[in-house]
Design a protein around this ligand. Structure first.
Ligand code: SAM
Length: 277
């Protein structure tokens, strides 16, 4: 660590996702030497700075901030070191910052990133699910149809899927995963780095039973194993009927074809038969 002033520009600084001990030495160093902290919530970041024994100028910034607010931060970067932090974890990962980083790069300003905690990556490492390929998809949509559509779109992807989820929506999300991605192993990683950290991996039905009996609290990462052995054992009728609750037979056939790799025309013919029953 040094007392030398930092080069002006943008420093994307990862912060802990629960356990304050997870701040890195570089993150703490940049926070202590920067001129300004751009953050989502000054109260949340104020607590972290206090824990580090720092008093810093803070500006509230998120991607919904208007253009004038964004340009003010950009102007500041021309002569000052600006640290961008979010409430927790790695900025930009389901958090603000993308527009600011784009603008800073367009202006040719110095941009660097200090890596650290990220719930998606920690969930992946803890889950025991295959990790050679993964796809982070952020939060699942809240509305049932949009959620089913997103899962159908992702069903054919040969990678572990990672989502962020909230406790009140966990059961609905698990049910939707059970319907759209049958037979897949699922993992619920909760309260990571905190006192009540847990990670349960198993068949979706057993997770639904568990969380129906023990309503979850705190923060959640939800992971779904890639398509595997079960791919040849899809109950195509069940998938078509589930999809036809929201969509026309042609759309249902297209969705199920994407999810399973089965022939779309044959699925459409079957969907029409099921509809006529
Ligand atoms: N930027 C953060 C990161 O790097 O992980 C994520 C921010 S996003 C707004 C917040 C969501 O991340 C939470 O709703 C939860 O799904 C997940 N999350 C954050 N901290 C977590 C933790 N300690 N345990 C489990 N999930 C967490």
């Amino acid at each position: 660590m040094s007392d030398a002033p930092l080069q002006p520009g943008l420093y994307i600084v990862a912060t802990p996702i629960g356990n304050l001990g997870d701040i890195t030495m570089r993150s703490a160093d940049v926070l202590s030497r920067c001129d300004l902290v751009a953050c989502e919530d000054t109260r949340v970041t104020g607590k972290l700075l206090k824990h580090l024994g720092l008093h810093k100028k803070m500006w509230r910034y998120d991607d919904h901030s208007d253009e004038a607010a964004r340009e003010r931060v950009i102007e500041a970067m021309r002569g000052q070191a600006v640290a961008l932090v979010s409430d927790a974890g790695t900025p930009l990962i389901s958090d603000p910052g993308y527009r600011l980083v784009r603008r800073a790069r367009e202006e040719g300003l110095m941009v660097t990133s200090l890596p650290g905690a990220c719930a998606a990556i920690m969930g992946l490492t803890l889950s025991g699910l295959p990790n050679d390929r993964f796809l982070f998809a952020g939060f699942l949509p809240v509305k049932e149809k949009a959620r089913a559509d997103m899962l159908a779109e992702l069903a054919g992807v040969s990678a572990t899927l990672i989502f962020y989820e909230t406790p009140p929506r966990l059961l609905k999300a698990l049910e939707a995963i059970g319907a759209a991605l049958p037979g897949r192993e699922v993992s619920v990683a909760r309260e990571l780095t905190k006192l009540h950290e847990e990670c349960r991996t198993g068949e979706v039905g057993s997770l639904i039973d568990h969380y129906a009996a023990h309503p979850p609290k705190g923060e959640i990462v939800l992971l779904v194993a890639p398509p595997g052995e079960e791919a040849g054992e899809f109950d195509l009728d069940a998938l078509l009927l589930a999809a036809m609750e929201h969509d026309k037979p042609s759309q249902a056939a297209a969705q199920v074809a994407r999810a399973t790799g089965a022939d779309r025309k044959a699925l459409y013919a079957r969907a029409m038969e099921l509809k006529a029953r």
